[in-house]
Ligand binder design. Structure first.
Ligand SMILES: NC(=O)c1ccc[n+]([C@@H]2O[C@H](COP(=O)([O-])OP(=O)(O)OC[C@H]3O[C@@H](n4cnc5c(N)ncnc54)[C@H](OP(=O)(O)O)[C@@H]3O)[C@@H](O)[C@H]2O)c1
Length: 331
């Protein structure tokens, strides 16, 4: 069946400016880390992308190594793009990819050398069948390669037309500041930083968000639902189709300690009082900070994407609710 996008797709979604750039991003973005590999169901993957786009999500986030096997999420996405988004719809999408983690054997298949970053982007473009990506990221800082080399490689990806913007991911505050300054001097401003941030993971509050605000850089927190912990997924055990049960990533049963489950239950009770799901409250909590451009979710079913988008109707928090959240997290 030919895909006919929802003509009303831009009416409900919020679009937020990415730092002080000219680009706005949908307040919810969809990541393809899980559920888009060759091991996953293609029809479901296609439904996830279509559902997201129908709801006004314009930003889709990939990396060279997403799968499994590594590279296969980009191939799946490329197939969906050519089937459903060919022609003019490409211009309605913001597609990102990254390089930094191990992608191929030998000394040139990971980290931050010019050799790795530029050849990896070429491979990603081939897998997705694209001429360019909208955002190309350095996926993690490299302690061995001079920062100048990695940033120059990002800058050259833009100069060669293979990326429109660049970003950094997992950079601590001071390294991020240096990278952002270098990119500025090269004439390719750093569009965005992609750190892990959720109710359960708050390191960005100790300096990184300030750096991003001071430098006019956008912020796209990943795993805002702590990979599914901050949802109703594990309230009654471990469902067979959940990320923990599938055992394909970093989320394991060990994360479901009784202490953590107690916090999840208490947060869930508060979310119910607010007439939202726990996932919606967790996303709204991240989005309440104006320094955050968009939250980068994952999904295994299309209903989860709809649930996330509905969080945009419940962004307001009373001070008392925020104190209750802090109390639960510290208890
Ligand atoms: N830069 C980096 O180093 C880095 C690292 C990790 C991720 N990322 C990016 O961030 C994206 C998102 O990461 P993530 O998948 O960990 O994000 P997440 O949104 O924290 O977790 C997604 C998982 O939560 C569950 N879920 C989502 N919505 C739900 C809902 N409404 N109700 C119940 N359960 C729900 C699903 O689990 P089930 O599968 O169990 O249904 C889903 O797979 C990735 O795809 C990737 O693009 C980047």
């Amino acid at each position: 069946m030919t895909y006919q996008p929802n003509p009303q797709r831009y009416e409900e979604m919020h679009y937020r400016r990415c730092g002080n750039s000219g680009l706005v991003l949908s307040a919810i973005s969809l990541g393809l880390w899980h559920n888009f590999g060759h091991v996953d169901d293609f029809a479901n993957a296609r439904k996830l992308i279509q559902t997201a786009f129908n709801l006004g999500i314009t930003h889709f986030d990939l990396a060279n190594n997403y799968g499994p096997p590594p590279g296969s999420a980009e191939e799946t996405f490329g197939k969906i793009l050519s089937q459903d988004f060919g022609g003019f719809l490409r211009d309605e999408l913001i597609i990102s990819t990254k390089a930094g983690y191990r992608m191929w054997p030998g000394p040139y298949g990971e980290w931050g050398s010019r050799k790795y970053l530029i050849t990896s982007l070429d491979q990603s473009l081939k897998r997705m069948g694209l001429d360019y990506v909208d955002i190309f990221y350095h996926h993690r800082p490299d302690p061995e390669t001079p920062l100048e080399e990695s940033m120059m490689a990002l800058h050259d990806c833009v100069k060669s037309g293979k990326a429109l913007y660049v970003g950094i991911s997992n950079y601590p505050a001071e390294e991020a500041r240096k990278a952002i300054q270098m990119l500025k001097e090269l004439g390719t401003p750093c569009l965005i930083h992609q750190p892990k941030y959720s109710l359960f993971e708050r390191w960005v509050e100790d300096g990184l968000l300030d750096v991003l605000e001071q430098t006019g850089t956008g912020c796209i927190p990943y795993s805002p639902l702590a990979q599914g912990l901050l949802t109703d997924r594990y309230l009654k055990g471990i469902p067979n189709d959940s990320r923990v049960a599938k055992g394909v990533g970093f989320l394991t049963e060990n994360h479901l300690t009784s202490e953590r489950l107690d916090k999840i239950n208490k947060l869930n009770a508060l979310a119910q009082k607010r007439n939202t799901t726990l996932a919606q409250m967790a996303l709204a909590w991240v989005l309440k900070d104006s320094r955050i451009t968009t939250v980068l979710i994952g999904a295994s079913r299309s209903e989860q994407i709809t649930d996330a988008v509905n969080s945009l109707h419940h962004l307001h928090f009373e001070n008392e609710e925020l104190s209750t959240i802090e109390h639960i997290l510290k208890s």
